[in-house]
Every structure is written in C-alpha cells, then in structure tokens.
Design a protein around this ligand. Sequence first.
Ligand code: ATP
Length: 234
Amino acid sequence: MLKVNNIDISYGDIQVIYDVSFQVEKGKIFGIFGRNGAGKTTLLHGCVNLIPKGKGTILFENNDITNMKTHLISSLGIGFTFQERCVFPMLTVKEHLSLVDENVFSNKKVHMVCSEAIEIFPDLQPLINRKASALSGGEAQMVKLAMVLVRKPLPKLMIFDEPSTGLSPANILRFEEKINELNGKTTIIIVEQVISYTIKLANNYAIIRDGRIIHKNEVKNVEQEEEVVKKYIL
Ligand code: ATP
C-alpha cells in the first residue's frame, strides 16, 4: 500500500533522514519508534510532502506521491495528524468535525459525525460548541484524532504522529480501542514514544535513530518485541 524507497530529507544544509525505506501492507498497523530528535516527524512530513525529499520515491497504491501536493495526497485517502496543535482557533469542535465528511452539510449528518467522535472520546461531549482557542492541549488532541478516525470515507491510510501526546491514560486507552476496532479495515502508521500500547497494536515496526532505520521486525510476540524496542530507544 505505502512504499517508501530510499528517501533523504534535509533542512537546508542539515541532513536529517538518510536513505530510509519501509513498506506498509494494506490492512496492517505499522509502528515507528525513536528517541527525541531521531527524525520521526521529519520522515512523516516527508511522506505527505510537507517537506521536499532530497532523493527517493514514495508510492501509495502505486501512485507516485513523492512530489504531489499535500492536499492532493490527502484526497487520495490519506488522513494524518501531526504533533503541532493544528486546530482552527475560531471554529468550534462541532465545526471541526463537520469538515471531516466532504458531503456533510445537513444537520443530521453533522450530528452523526459528532456522535461518532463522542463515542470514541466521551470527553468531547461537553466541549462540542466550544471554540478551539479555548481547548486545552489534550482536548485539541482529541479533536485532531477524531477528525481522522471519523473521516468519511474512512481514510485508506491513517498516519498518527505521537497520538498519545497530551491525552490522559483513559483517553489513550480509548484511542487504542478504536485502533483495535479499525485493525484490518484500514492501514495505519503510528509514530510513538509510548511503546507499551503501540507495540500491542502494531503488526510490524521500525526503529529510527539519527535519521536511519536501524531495526525492523514483525510483532509476533508482544512482550519480546517490547523489550527489543526498549533496548533500542530507552
Ligand atoms: P520528537 O520525538 O522529539 O518529536 P522526532 O524524532 O520527531 O523528535 P524530528 O522532529 O523529525 O525528530 O527532528 C529530527 C531532527 O531535525 C532534530 O535534530 C531536529 O532538531 C531537526 N529539525 C526538525 N525540524 C527542523 C527544522 N525546521 N529546521 C532544522 N532542523 C530541524
């Protein structure tokens, strides 16, 4: 489904990603782990062309998306959230959620999308008419995650950059439950520092250090792989 082949990424003269390749199979969950500054966000930004690549190619369902504009990559069915706050301060939570379905303009449909989001994160219920400027970091994070999780049609590929950031343990668990429910229905990439829940969800994973993939494996035995990842990144 997604094939990243030998990409390099630099900020000006400073190279951050070196010859990175990985593949994510359709219907699978792929985890990416690495310490602070390893290059995880840069790699994801490169995948959706928020940063140009120095070399390499990226194929999504055999479409070459290497240099495609980010909004066109999204329209191919890739939904992504990044670490930045990325909400519109003057829009309410409900207005954010009404953006997730290109055909949602009836009150009934908006209500359905909001209900679906609240089912995932019940904490959004009392915030539904609140402007994003008045949301805490964790509340804004739930809105961002919900916008991908309830998008219509369901994204073929979902990319989450440190989704647990700012979430309470209960909401991390709710996110985990939703990803479990989506397992096999869509393809998912999760970049995380929190190893314990991500390794349980992932079918395969990669570890990135200093901009290079230093280890990849399938998760056959969760406890065993958790130890391996910890050894590399803690
Ligand atoms: P974290 O887990 O802390 O978010 P990360 O693995 O996502 O880290 P990146 O944010 O991709 O790491 O950063 C990788 C390297 O690139 C770091 O050394 C960082 O300082 C550098 N970097 C990130 N953004 C820029 C930028 N806009 N200009 C120059 N260097 C940058």
